[in-house]
Design a protein around this ligand. Structure first.
Ligand SMILES: *[C@@H]1O[C@H](CO)[C@@H](O)[C@H](O)[C@H]1NC(C)=O
Ligand SMILES: *[C@@H]1O[C@H](CO)[C@@H](O)[C@H](O)[C@H]1NC(C)=O
Ligand SMILES: *[C@@H]1O[C@H](CO)[C@@H](O)[C@H](O)[C@H]1NC(C)=O
Length: 322
């Protein structure tokens, strides 16, 4: 899943929209206006070239008892609205996942998605993202579906997706509910999702997969988060495990949070058919949060509910929800 990081452009050119030419330096009490940074993943991230300093005990390639045993099949998802991977001329640096036929009976929440390693290949999480879309969601993933464009995505790439949805760009896929916008991503992309949600009140949910803040000195930034946070991590072998436990404990008082962990290591089950157990968990969390679906809520919160995440071998913790 990891590609070589080519540190070009670092700090050399003034970038658009609040981005600076110097890498963000954390300092208690210093809260940048936006989550943009010169490095991929934004203010919550580290340079990919520094990764080995932080994850010596949790190599990205580690797997677990719940890791997929074989590559998954491409489907239209298991939900009521068969979905597909698409391109859209209105958002050419991205890949769209949406129901094949615009649903007439539901409005569609919108997700911006950032890939592991902040890769610019929007097809890398096809099985997982198609599964979510099939429940009536429109998703824009960073990068076209034709393979990496080289380099890494930046916070602005996720913001471009949200701007596009807010301006009606996704209307051809159905009735988009712009009050229900989530930012989500895997690994470096999860930190990009945090960074784009930071100080952007349009983002109502942050969903972080197999990742959390690496550096203790950056955790004070958590105090600025305003929307509920969920982590889905891969057990003790995942670089996101310990860090997400730390972040969970340092959120602003009263902020709703959800945390679940399955023994997969860092790579989850995204590549399994319909995204495997991570696909099911993401759908249940979104259906609970954005549609008030009480069956989905029980799957997330109630260990004894039929098909609960706990019965699927997830460890689950949550706070500040009824
Ligand atoms: C909307 O219609 C589809 C069939 O087109 C159906 O499967 C689905 O359950 C309906 N959803 C709701 C919320 O009524
Ligand atoms: C679940 O929790 C148990 C008890 O704390 C721990 O031993 C185990 O490693 C955890 N598994 C995952 C996948 O987080
Ligand atoms: C409620 O959520 C469950 C579990 O995620 C899902 O299977 C079901 O289709 C959802 N129900 C409706 C009416 O959308």
């Amino acid at each position: 899943m990891y590609i070589l990081y080519i540190p070009f452009l670092l700090g050399s050119i003034p970038l658009a929209f609040g981005q600076t030419t110097a890498q963000f330096q954390p300092k208690p009490g210093v809260f940048p206006a936006t989550g943009d940074d010169t490095i991929a993943g934004g203010i919550f991230c580290i340079p990919l070239s520094d990764l080995s300093k932080y994850d010596a005990n949790t190599p990205p390639s580690a797997t677990g008892t719940e890791s997929p045993k074989a590559p998954g099949a491409v489907t239209s998802g298991s939900g009521p609205y068969p979905a597909a991977m698409l391109t859209d001329a209105g958002l050419p640096k991205h890949t769209i996942y949406a129901p094949k036929t615009p649903p007439a009976n539901v409005s569609l929440p919108f997700l911006s998605w950032a890939n592991g390693a902040c890769m610019t290949d929007g097809s890398q999480y096809r099985n997982f993202l198609t599964e979510i879309a099939s429940y009536g969601y429109v998703i824009a993933a960073d990068g076209p579906p034709t393979g990496s464009t080289g380099g890494q995505s930046k916070v602005q790439d996720s913001r471009d997706s949200i701007d596009w949805a807010m301006k009606g760009g996704a209307a051809k896929y159905g009735q988009i509910d712009t009050t229900k916008i989530a930012s989500a991503g895997h690994s470096c992309g999860g930190l990009e999702a945090m960074s784009v949600a930071y100080h952007d009140t349009r983002v109502k949910l942050m969903i972080l997969f197999d990742i959390a803040i690496f550096q203790d000195e950056k955790r004070y930034l958590l105090q600025e988060l305003k929307s509920p946070v969920a982590w889905f991590v891969g057990g003790p072998k995942d670089m996101g495990y310990i860090n997400s436990e730390k972040d969970y404990g340092l959120l602003p008082t009263g902020l709703p949070a959800y945390w679940a962990s399955l023994d997969t290591g860092h790579l989850g089950t995204y590549a399994a058919t319909n995204g495997g157990k991570f696909g099911k968990a993401a759908v249940a969390y979104l259906e609970w949060q954005f549609r008030g679906n009480t069956t989905a809520q029980a799957i997330c919160q109630d260990a004894k509910a039929p098909g609960s995440l706990v019965s699927d071998n997830w460890n689950v913790t949550y706070k500040n929800w009824a």
